[in-house]
Design a binder for this molecule. Sequence first.
Ligand code: REL
Length: 830
Amino acid sequence: MKKLSTLLLMLVAAQYIHAQQLLTSKPDKNSFPLVTASPAAIYTDSTDDWLVNKSAQLLQADIEKVTGKKPALIHNIADAPANVVIIGSQNGCQPLQSLAANKRTAYKPMEPAWETYQIQTLTRPFPHINKALVISGSDKRGVAYGVLEISKQIGVSPWYWWADVPVKKQSSLYIKGNSFRCTSPSVRYRGIFINDEAPAFSGWTKEKFGGFNHHMYEHMFELLLRLKGNYLWPAMWGNAFNDDDTLNPVMAHKWGIVMGSSHHEPMLRAHDEWRRYGKGPWNYVKNENTLRDFWRTGITRMRDHESIVTIGMRGDGDEPMTEGTATALLERIVKDQRQILTEITGKPAAATPQLWALYKEVQDYYDNGMRVPDDITLLLCDDNWGNIRKLPDLQEKPRGGGYGIYYHFDYVGDPRNYKWLNTNNIARVWEQMHLAKAYGADRIWIVNVGDLKPMEFPISFFLDYAWNTDKWHADNLRDYYTKWAGEQFGATYATRIGEVLRRYGQYAARRKPELLNADTYSLTAYNEFSRVLQEWEILLKDATAIGASLPPAYKDAYFQLVLHPVKAFTIVHQLYHAVALNRSYAAQQDTSANAWANKARQLYISDSLLSQEYNQHANGKWNHMMDQTHIGYTYWQQPEVNSMPAVSYVKAHRPVTRTDSLPKDTSRYFSLPAARYTNAVSNAGISWKAIPDIGSTGDGITTFPVTRSVSLGKNSPHLEYAIYSRDTGTISITGHFSPTLDFTGGKGLKYAVSVDNAEPVILQLHDEGNWSKWVSENVIRQTSTHHLSQPGKHIVKYWMISPGIILQQLTVNTGGLQNSYLPPPPTGSR
Ligand code: REL
């Protein structure tokens, strides 16, 4: 029965995805010939919005890239040949208005709506036109999204420029005859934050564009639209979007990109502008007039450019306000900022979208009662490590401005920077953003993406999911890897490359490379270090083999998107493994230490050669993008330069008594992957579901709906795991969980564990003071003790109480469990 329903779900999902396929290879009388022997012409009303015309130019260029045939771009409908693509916004395109007025055509006019579009094939819409493909939008971005959806489907990846993804060549293109309508996105503002951009992005853009100017930003605006995003927090490490190049905001506006500034840069003024022009202290008590003038400039400069204004105030830069800053003062600051908005725009403050970011200590002000007017979006935040700190209270009345989320794929700060490679497992991103959506935080989703590269894959996922939160769920998440790989590398390689990306995502999330060292994994317990290394080496072997079989045109894209990160991670694991063995042998005065020291040195060099290879490949197009240091951290901040981990040499060979550290598998423990339960009890409308790949070594399991908690009772939802133990007496059971925070703001997340019919032990997921450990290890472990009165079969029970808890593994220690970083291999599979 379970299998049947899974099959049905898969079919429904496939049809849903399939339903959006616009292209057909089997043209019929209804389909639209976009390109046959010659391409259809493209029409826009030249008075329509700049972005509409730009989108048409992009489509024209994309069709030429795909087919080698360049469509004519015309602006007089009377000049249209038999087949024409009409691109227009409902209000800006004269022929669309004529069609809307003509009851005899099948054209369905677009109603006013946020970013919707329609792609429709019409026969004889005008007497001289045989067929028209109408791409119409309810607004300018709607049009762009419709056009760029076609670009994507004909084979131009959103990443064609930013990751050198080759265009898939075709000689003819037909669009299906049916009409396709895309409704408003699930999240209104969907964007990225370029941050922590030195040394990589800064070095690159300086060399290639001469700085953070509109020449570079136009590429980013285009990328955002192709990914169906609409919102940007620009780079701010010594950079100031509006001040560095006055064409930056002008072009953002034309491209339809909604601009903001980061959480601690109020009133659309970059932090660096205060360094450049600010006078006196960044302190509202001492310097309010100067600050208000400074902010006035931000709002004056905003003009009619679509923006979201950050309000509130933090300390100078990314710092808290001085201790004891009163809520009343902060509320006055917000009031004054809104007064400036009213004065300068001549409209009520509420007419300009604003956000107040509850970042770090600012959330405490909120929790202690500070409030801002209802039209302001409350931007809830993660803990900088991908764990959302707070979600709206479902019992509270909805806010006019709604709620949003500020999330991180990259971070500079405690307990350690992570900014070198992509370490974001999309299973976890899905799980956290699904929570956000379920609790109503869907007005703004913005993610800190560091240097943008090499975050291509999770950026795509974040924006795709924000576009349509109904499309991706625990049952089809694995399809995302294949779909994305297919879009970049073609259908032939989609499954194999998708599988590499999936395994990479899981392995990379185990620990940030900046936090790895020779002691992370155990050399002895369960042969852990060798096993982890072997997984990476097998992945590298697979990735290399696929790379070797790809057509040469894919080489650069494959290197950036797939091979480099796998190789880079593998090398650092090999390096620390060699260092660990060196130290272990050296401690025993064994000269084998020397070979490992030499090997470690070679690997250290391989690491830097690989960064160099990245910087030089694609004819040096991405030079500096791999300049980030990553070996030799001693505290949270990055080292200036990489440094070789210490190794030592053993001089003369002295006979040693080897305490050889062979793995001892003494058993007397059980390692139980969460999703491999023997029985699941669902109840009270709550069901259990596995989230694929979210765990450090496998799937995780949680309850749905994610908004429901239960009081523990005899029949409440639980999972059962059967074990057979030779041991009796006191045992301990450890749950391994994803580091979800108590986003409810309540008394902590709870679950319970019991054995057989004993009373369940209720546990809190969190204990004070361990946050750094959870995020560094990307896991929370909690242990309870239980009693086995007799040997034999026992049932371990895991009881749900709070929602949102992701159980990855249970380990049961009956006397033989050893210390290791990851849970031991599953019992039964050793
Ligand atoms: O990751 C964050 O949100 C912050 O640390 C940054 O936004 C912060 O502004 C930092 O880059 C510099 O000030």
